[in-house]
Design a protein around this ligand. Structure first.
Ligand SMILES: [Zn+2]
Length: 277
C-alpha cells in the first residue's frame, strides 16, 4: 500500500467517524466486484453479447427506444438478459458495509446512482432513499408513453435465447393501451423516458441534504464518459471520497481519491474504522 493510499483511506475513515450523514454516489464500476460485466466500449459490449457483435449493432443503437420499435425481441433479448442477471447476482459485500455505516449515522444514508440494477435496494436500502438518475430495469413504462405511468417488472420472467440475444417468451405489454412495454431506463435518443419516479426521489434527497451538517460523500466507480455522478459528488464537497481504479483524480478542495476498485477500498476503510472505534 502506498503512503498516499494509506492517507486517503485514513482520511475517509476520519470523515465517516465525524459525519452525521452519508451520501453514496455510484457508477458502473460499483457492480464489477459483484461479477457484473463491464459494457464499456463496443469491444467490451460485444464480448458480453456476441450476437449483437455479429450483427454489428452498437451499444447506443440497442440501448434506444428505436430498437424497441424496430426489433423488439432483440431489444428485449438484451434488456431481458440483464434483468435476469441483476435479479440473480448478489451484490458484493461492499454494499453491506455502506449500509452499516449509514445506519450508524444520525441522518443515515442516501444513494444517488446511475446504475439500473436495483442492487442498493436488494441489500436493504429504503427505496425512498435511492435516486436512480437513469431509471431502473425493475420498473416498466409504455413504449408509446400513453400515460406517464410506471409499474414494477415483478412477475415478468423473460426467457432469452442467449446465442441469438432474442426474447423467446411473450413481450411485456402496457396494461392501459396494449403497446410494448420497455424498461424505465433513460436510453440514447430517448424523448419518452418517464422521469417522474426519479424526480420524486430526487426531491426527497434534496430535502435531506438541506438538513444535514457534516456530510461525507463516498463515490464509487463513476466514470468520465457520462460525468453526471462525478459532478453530483463534487457539488457536495468538501468531504468527497472518490474511489476509482483509473479515473481517480479529484481536486483536493473537494475531497480525496482512493485509487482502488470498490470492494477493496470499502474493506480498507472498514478495517480503519474498526481499529479506531
Ligand atoms: Zn400504453
Amino acid at each position: 500500500m502506498s503512503i498516499q493510499l494509506d492517507d486517503a483511506v485514513e482520511q475517509a475513515a476520519q470523515w465517516l467517524r465525524d459525519a452525521d450523514a452519508l451520501l453514496i454516489t455510484a457508477g458502473a464500476g460499483m457492480g464489477i466486484d459483484s461479477g457484473l460485466p463491464d459494457f464499456r466500449g463496443n469491444h467490451g459490449f460485444w464480448r458480453v453479447y456476441p450476437a449483437l457483435g455479429l450483427q454489428g449493432r452498437l451499444f447506443h443503437e440497442i440501448a434506444s427506444p428505436g430498437a424497441f420499435h424496430e426489433v423488439p425481441r432483440l431489444a428485449w433479448g438484451f434488456y431481458g438478459h440483464r434483468l435476469n442477471m441483476y435479479r440473480q447476482i448478489e451484490p458484493h459485500a461492499g454494499f453491506g458495509l455502506l449500509k452499516a455505516w449509514g445506519d450508524a449515522l444520525p441522518h443515515g444514508a442516501f444513494v444517488f446512482t446511475s446504475n439500473v440494477d436495483g442492487h442498493f435496494a436488494k441489500v436493504g436500502f429504503a427505496p425512498e432513499r435511492i435516486t436512480e438518475c437513469h431509471g431502473s430495469i425493475h420498473t416498466f413504462q409504455c413504449l408509446n408513453r400513453c400515460e406517464p405511468e410506471l409499474w414494477p417488472a415483478d412477475g415478468w420472467q423473460p426467457v432469452i435465447d442467449e446465442v441469438r440475444c432474442h426474447l423467446m417468451s411473450p413481450l411485456p405489454t402496457c396494461p392501459r393501451c396494449g403497446a410494448i412495454a420497455r424498461p424505465n431506463i433513460l436510453m440514447f435518443n430517448d424523448w419518452d423516458w418517464v422521469p417522474d419516479r426519479m424526480l420524486q426521489k430526487r426531491a426527497l434527497l434534496d430535502a435531506w441534504l438541506g438538513k444535514v451538517d457534516r456530510l461525507v460523500v463516498i463515490e464509487l466507480g463513476a466514470g468520465l464518459a457520462i460525468p453526471t455522478i462525478r459532478q453530483f459528488s463534487e457539488r457536495h464537497g468538501p468531504r468527497v471520497v472518490r474511489i476509482n481504479p483509473e479515473d481517480f483524480r479529484i481536486d483536493s478542495t473537494v475531497g480525496v481519491s482512493v485509487r482502488s476498485t470498490a470492494l477493496a477500498a470499502l474493506q480498507m476503510i472498514d478495517v480503519r474504522l474498526g481499529k479506531l472505534s
